[in-house]
Design a protein around this ligand. Structure first.
Ligand SMILES: Cc1ncc(COP(=O)(O)O)c(C=O)c1O
Length: 377
């Protein structure tokens, strides 16, 4: 990609295959709600939504109404669930545009009922149950009463019931307790005819395979990234999903620095010997986190190169002492494969002491997304 300084290549074929593997895993009867919030985890919402629509997604999970509008602009008719709580001023738009809200309280349900009456529509909602995440949802003990009250409201239909695991990658005991609470509730509410009954995000798809219910809710796995976990993954998915995103930039300058020379702001790296260093065309303005300073590696000419000193807004410096032929214009891989070496979003996340979700969604708007694969527009 000669024309770009820093860009992300998205492999749509990989995305399609990842969804096919998830479909294979859960079977034809279970709906797949692909989570495409935050610009489809940094991959570009419209392109990804289009591909997922062609590849068998059943429903989309989003974080705000702008995302819903982007999906509608690509294709009408797909069910959409807003995973966060709707703000009062968003209620009418959500009803008008058939975006299913997540409901935790009677007050929210009443707002939707009233908006539906005003618009002459029926609001289809998902009731969320808080089994341990603490972010949204009704307490399990209060859920049956809330279910009854909501069911009695005009203009509203409970289309879904769901919960969310808080530490499924690491804590089987707590996850089991969450599961128990949800199952106990299912005995108390008439859930048989629910269109959507769901709990499993990517981690739970790998670790809690008995709670697929009739819908699963993967994000990270769709993009081919495994959630970091202390539990041992024993799902075939870990061997088959592959990353859809490769993040690249260029070498802009190569120079030799003397022993004792310091690099970048704050002079946090001091050369112990004469070194060849390369300046790269990516920085935190592109979303390459400053936390990677002095910790991360990139790939140049198929070899790992250490990040030296602080990452700056548009540039960063790496050690190329071991690569005598590196020159301005050479391609650099920040996340992805080059020759037979790979840096995953999980590797970069570990170097930055963060999580792959943040690595992907941190890639900024100035980084062009370039789509590859037969379905690329
Ligand atoms: C409620 C809910 N469900 C599912 C997901 C998808 O999670 P993951 O990317 O771990 O699959 C998210 C993402 O944050 C979420 O908030």
């Amino acid at each position: 990609m000669k024309q770009y300084r820093c860009w992300a290549e998205i492999d749509l074929e990989a995305l399609r295959e990842n969804l096919a593997w998830i479909r294979h895993r859960v079977g034809p009867a279970v709906k797949i709600m692909t989570v495409v919030k935050a610009d489809a985890y940094g991959h570009g919402l419209k392109q990804i939504a289009a591909l997922l629509m062609q590849s068998g997604t059943d429903v989309f999970g989003i974080a705000n109404l702008t995302e819903a509008q982007s999906i509608r602009a690509v294709g009408r008719g797909w069910p959409i669930l807003m995973l966060g709580a709707c703000l009062p001023f968003e209620v009418e738009t959500a009803v008008r545009e058939d975006v299913m809200p997540t409901i935790s309280t009677l007050e929210e349900a009443e707002q939707f009922s009233q908006a539906a009456a005003r618009l002459g529509k029926v609001a289809r909602v998902h009731l969320k149950v808080d089994t341990g995440m603490g972010r949204l949802g009704v307490e399990p003990k209060d859920a049956p009463a809330l279910w009854k009250r909501i069911s009695a409201l005009p203009g509203i239909k409970i289309a879904g019931l769901y919960t969310h695991y808080s530490s499924v990658e690491d804590d089987p005991t707590f996850s089991r307790a969450q599961k128990r609470q949800f199952h106990r509730l299912l005995k108390l509410v008439p859930h048989d005819s629910l269109e959507y009954l769901h709990a499993n995000n990517s981690g739970a798809l790998l670790f809690e395979r008995d709670t697929h219910f009739n819908t699963v809710r993967p994000g990270l796995l769709v993009y081919g990234v495994l959630p970091p976990a202390n539990r041992r993954i024993q799902s075939e998915l870990q061997d088959h999903v592959r990353p859809t995103l490769t993040w690249k930039c260029h070498v802009s300058l190569v120079k030799t620095i003397s022993r004792g020379a310091a690099l970048s702001y704050g002079r946090t790296f001091v050369a112990r010997r004469s070194m060849r260093v390369a300046t790269l065309t990516a920085g935190y303005g592109d979303g390459y986190l400053r936390a990677a300073s002095n910790r991360a590696r990139v790939l140049i000419a198929g070899e790992f190169c250490r990040v030296l000193g602080r990452v700056t807004m548009d540039q960063m410096i790496v050690d190329v002492s071991h690569l005598p032929n590196v020159k301005s214009g050479d391609e650099v891989v920040l996340v992805g494969a080059q020759s037979n070496r790979t840096i995953t979003a999980n590797h970069l996340a570990q170097w930055c002491r963060t999580i792959p979700w943040e690595i992907l969604t941190a890639i900024t708007a100035r980084v062009p997304r370039v789509y590859r694969g037969s379905q690329a527009a």
